[in-house]
Design a protein around this ligand. Structure first.
Ligand SMILES: [Zn+2]
Length: 248
């Protein structure tokens, strides 16, 4: 049986990060071991998915793979031989720049990366197929033009500035940053960006898809963020459970 995690307790954050990582990997957004989720924690810290000596990839993330590290500066030593992600500065700088954001997803979704490299911007080309993805594209999905690993504070600040106040940003030749008030929202935004990129690439193989007409955009209902995030999250946790992939 799936159930909604109560936000706030550290245990819930650990489990939400584990579930989110598994959903991203299960949906093909994180190939093998690359990618992480972070959550804002108390006292100027964040909790982030780290890698330990028995790392098996994002699909098998356990709550114990998450660690609390400072919001500023190096992570310091972690228990049990774990290491914080090299790209920790990406999480730190986006969380510092965005007080309304509590969760950051960084993964390397192949369709988003391919669409951007093909010169195909993620535009509002779909309607009812995926309304939240259309709205995200309507707001604009910014691109950070460098393909470097975000290992330093200065690079993290560049990414945070490029993403601005948008839900999702693309890192060219690299991956995406998806933000959210919750882990669920950030994960579902990442899934929606990849869904839009898949359609963009498939349609773009023949011609540049036209943007959805203004009248159709105005006609589409506002389903509310919670509707999409809750349903997609629940559907994906059910898929994990069905595949025997729910973390302990
Ligand atoms: Zn990366």
């Amino acid at each position: 049986m799936t159930h909604v995690e109560s936000p706030g307790s550290p245990l819930a954050a650990e489990r939400l990060i584990a579930l989110g990582c598994r959903i991203l990997a299960h949906q093909g957004l994180a190939e093998d071991v690359l990618g992480h989720i972070s959550v804002r924690d108390a006292d100027d810290t964040l909790r982030v998915r780290c890698r330990g000596p028995r790392e098996r990839g994002l699909l098998f993330t356990e709550p114990a793979d998450t660690h609390r590290v400072p919001l500023e500066g190096p992570p310091g030593p972690l228990r049990d031989g774990y290491r914080a992600p090299n790209e920790l500065p990406l999480h730190q700088e986006v969380l510092k720049a965005r007080p309304e954001v509590n969760a950051v997803v960084h993964v390397h979704p192949p369709y988003v990366v391919a669409a951007d490299l093909a010169g195909l911007a993620l535009r509002p080309i779909v309607g009812a197929y995926n309304i939240p993805a259309m709205r995200m594209a309507l707001e604009g999905i910014p691109v950070y033009p460098r393909g470097v690993l975000i290992t330093r504070e200065a690079l993290g600040k560049e990414v945070a500035a490029a993403v601005g106040d948008r839900p999702v940003g693309i890192l060219r030749g690299h991956g995406i940053v998806a933000t959210g008030r919750t882990v669920q929202q950030a994960v579902v935004r990442a899934l929606n960006a990849e869904a839009l990129a898949r359609i963009t690439l498939a349609a773009g193989a023949h011609r540049v898809p036209p943007v959805l007409p203004e009248t159709d955009i105005a006609e589409l209902p506002d389903l509310g963020g919670g509707f999409n995030d809750d349903l997609v999250w629940r559907s994906n946790t059910a898929k994990l459970e069905h595949a025997g992939l729910t973390p302990r």
